[in-house]
Design a binder for this molecule. Structure first.
Ligand code: ZN
Length: 486
């Protein structure tokens, strides 16, 4: 593993018994030090709770992920689930991770779910992490923009999507409640494995443009970050794991629900560890596809490979994680490139492509309503830091390309940084400066399908990375968990 040297100083074997206080490395410094020196009154440690609920639609509903689909679903290949991990640190503060077999939560669903969960369980926004596996075998969720399905859907089908979205929200909220009532003493540890079935998909054409294909020389991120949650007696209760690769082994010709490789990986881990819950969190796989792809057998095989990488990481020494869990959640405005004039949108209304028509119609509607199109998007960035930076999860929204994960791990320390994408809300691709400048689907072409007003400006990368660094700095200087209010 290429990061062994940088990790070595932070690794510590977790103990098989006790309250997870076996860590004696970097943790013995700083504020965590206050835990030591009170042997007669063992401090409280983590508590963890899990819950799982089937979310497979029971009626035909439009699927999303592939623009070529032209009808609602026709049955089920594999069930879809929402899985929830609730954590409580030694201060009694709680946090909730929701892992879903969903393409991505549209911004209105992110808002609605976080409002409901905050109101019902008093879990503030920064302490709720909504992850989506980006499966292209999942249902469409209601979004007024209807990305990837809007132009094709009848009023009746649209109402089915709305109904399903409501049912899903109810299930997520109820499952969060079950996980919170399941809190039991736990030990947390972090490690990393590797998987190799992802390949960069930005293929350069003879004309110098980029198309979705296969680029063996392009960047990938083989990391499989693993968060292990054990009971006080050492049994595996849950495992959270990530990988940066589109959940697109199966194509748009499949009209039956499935979780693709991520669904198979979660299922394989739960089968192998009875009683444990496996939660997948996508990485920055915006420009990564499984390779080769197209068959159910391949999706199952990649699921097995990913599960094996997780098991391998858990079989090695892992770094015990101490609390507290310090969260942050903030929005930063990421700029769009200058917009085309109104006449260009009017012309685009006549385009043969129905998605371009749909985008133009929406942009003209916004121009009519607001007099202008938005100059930027309020981009949510979240982070969860464990203890004194023993692990920081940088939780990004949208379809983030791999350059972000590679850069952030380089700048923040690969051995202590987990970079997740596709979390909280998915509303566009998030290209790096390089990809904005190169163009292609992830560089701006996909904005048509996301019904956004155009590509992001090249500064998008610096704005996001700059905000991440500012938030990390604030978390590290924050001793009183005020970061909830960021
Ligand atoms: Zn995607």
């Amino acid at each position: 593993m290429k990061h062994t040297l940088t990790r070595r100083g932070f690794l510590a074997q977790t103990t098989a018994s006790g309250l997870g206080l076996g860590f004696a490395g970097a943790c013995a410094q700083g504020r965590a030090g206050k835990w030591f020196g009170a042997p007669s009154a063992p401090p409280r440690t983590w508590r963890a709770g899990v819950a799982k609920e089937k979310i497979t639609p029971t009626r035909p509903v439009w699927m999303t992920g592939y623009g070529a689909r032209n009808k609602p679903s026709e049955g089920v290949l594999c069930d879809l689930y929402v899985r929830v991990l609730a954590l409580e640190d030694e201060t009694g503060a709680r946090a909730v991770l929701v892992a879903s077999d969903i393409l991505g939560f549209p911004p209105p669903v992110n808002r609605s779910l976080s409002d409901k969960i905050e109101k019902k369980y008093r879990v503030p926004r920064a302490r709720l992490l909504l992850a989506s596996s980006h499966t292209h075998g999942g249902p469409a969720l209601h979004d007024p923009l209807g990305p990837l399905y809007g132009p094709r859907v009848t009023a009746e089908q649209w109402s089915e999507i709305q109904k399903y979205t409501q049912e899903l929200e109810d299930k997520v909220v109820a499952t969060v409640g079950r996980a919170l009532t399941d809190l039991q003493p736990a030990k947390l540890a972090f490690g990393r494995g590797q998987a190799k079935f992802g390949i960069n998909r930005r293929e350069k054409t003879k004309e110098g443009t980029f198309r979705i294909g296969v680029n063996p020389n392009g960047p990938v991120d083989p990391d499989v970050p693993v968060l292990r949650i054990e009971s006080a007696s050492g049994g595996l209760r849950a495992v959270v794991f990530g990988y940066a690769c589109h959940t697109t082994t199966l194509g748009g010709n499949i009209y039956q629900f499935h979780g693709d490789y991520a669904g198979f990986a979660q299922e394989a881990l739960e089968k192998e560890h009875p009683g444990a819950t496996a939660l997948f969190v996508m990485g920055c796989g915006g420009d990564i596809n499984p390779h080769p792809r197209g068959t159910l057998e391949q999706a199952q095989e990649y699921g097995r490979q990913l599960a094996a990488a997780v098991n391998q990481a858990m079989s090695k020494p892992m770094r015990a994680l101490r609390g507290p869990l310090k969260p942050a959640y903030a929005r930063v405005d990421i700029p769009f490139a200058p917009h085309p004039p109104r006449e260009a949108w009017e012309k685009q209304l006549q385009d043969a492509d129905i998605y371009k028509q749909w985008q133009a119609k929406e942009m003209l509607k916004q121009l009519e309503r607001d007099g202008r199109l938005p100059a930027s998007y309020p981009y949510p960035i979240q982070m969860w830091q464990f203890g004194d930076n023993h692990l920081t999860m940088i939780v990004l929204a949208g379809e983030v390309v791999v350059d972000y994960a590679l850069r952030l791990k380089r700048e923040l320390g690969a051995g202590r940084t987990w970079v997740a994408g596709y979390c909280n809300e998915v509303f566009a691709y998030i290209p790096s400066r390089r990809i904005v400048e190169e163009g292609g689907y992830e560089g701006g072409g996909a904005m048509v399908y996301y019904v956004q007003p155009g590509p992001f400006a090249p500064q998008v990368e610096e704005v996001i990375i700059g905000k991440v660094h500012a938030m990390v700095k604030q978390l590290q200087s924050d001793r009183s968990d005020k970061s909830d209010n960021l």
